[in-house]
Design a protein around this ligand. Structure first.
Ligand code: ADE
Length: 255
């Protein structure tokens, strides 16, 4: 997959894409992240990319010409058509389902705004989709673009060392993930690990994990729980979790 990012801070994008899973995916040749600076497509001595907003008011707006020429160069960098995404708080909220769809595209272009945003005409003419990473305002699209690159990058085949673990991640199942533990069995504060995880009973461990995922989603994200269809076994596990949560006893809730 090829991802091009249009940003006034190309070094930030390249640095973020050089570490961790995405950095490794690039080294393995599974994806390529290229940053483009619209300032390189200006024609004036000041390399100006912004102008005052028509109609008055505070703040500056990114003007169409440098972005249009930058986008033309991006589109021409490879024969494949690219899907152009503008990151902004006005976009549709990014979900794991949308990430999965974006991850199978051969090309993606992420357009980052600064200041008050980008001249609406450029967005209408050049952008296929507007995405937001959450209901809060960032000072530019760069952090959001790196979020998209990471979420999409880790889904490239061969990017993760353990592909199976990705399938159990939060949201992939429609539920939050279960808790995880590692050595030591008793930590420095005397806190122990749930005994079932040390039992070696793989069936019981799988049931416990499913129950924890269901229970956590019920506690923390009831909106998600309302959207997944639960099996009879899921209902039984969740009922036991709820009973245990509402009236804690020493009994194992995995009844
Ligand atoms: N740019 C500024 N805020 C943003 C957000 N919440 N999501 C995506 N891009 C943004």
């Amino acid at each position: 997959m090829r991802i091009d990012v249009i940003s006034l801070f190309p070094d930030f994008i390249q640095t973020a894409a050089a570490v961790g899973v995405v950095g490794r995916a690039q080294q393995r040749g599974l994806m390529q992240v290229t940053a483009w600076n619209p300032r390189d497509f200006t024609h004036d001595n000041y390399r100006r990319v912004d102008e005052r907003t028509f109609g008055g008011g505070p703040g500056m707006v990114m003007s169409t010409q440098p972005l249009r020429e930058c986008l033309a160069a991006v589109r021409g960098a490879s024969a494949e058509r690219t899907h152009v995404v503008y990151l902004s708080p006005q976009g549709a909220r990014l979900t794991q389902a949308r990430v999965r769809e974006l991850a199978v595209l051969p090309r993606l272009t992420l357009l980052c705004g600064r200041y008050e945003g980008i001249d609406e005409r450029l967005l209408e003419q050049e952008v296929d989709e507007e995405l937001s990473i959450g209901d809060y305002v960032l000072s530019g699209g760069e952090l959001a673009a790196t979020v998209v690159i990471d979420a999409v990058g880790r889904l490239q085949a061969g990017a993760l060392n353990d592909e199976a673990s990705a399938l159990e991640d939060s949201f992939e199942t429609g539920l939050l993930d279960c808790p995880h533990y590692t050595r030591p069995e008793v930590d420095a504060q005397g806190s122990t690990v749930p005994a079932i995880l040390l039992s070696g009973d793989h069936g019981a461990i799988a049931r416990w994990r499913r129950q924890q995922a269901l229970g956590r989603t019920w506690l923390r994200r009831p909106d998600l729980l309302a959207r997944v269809s639960l099996s009879a076994e899921d209902r039984r596990l969740l009922d036991a979790f709820r009973r245990h949560y509402l009236a804690p006893s020493k009994d194992d809730p995995t009844a």
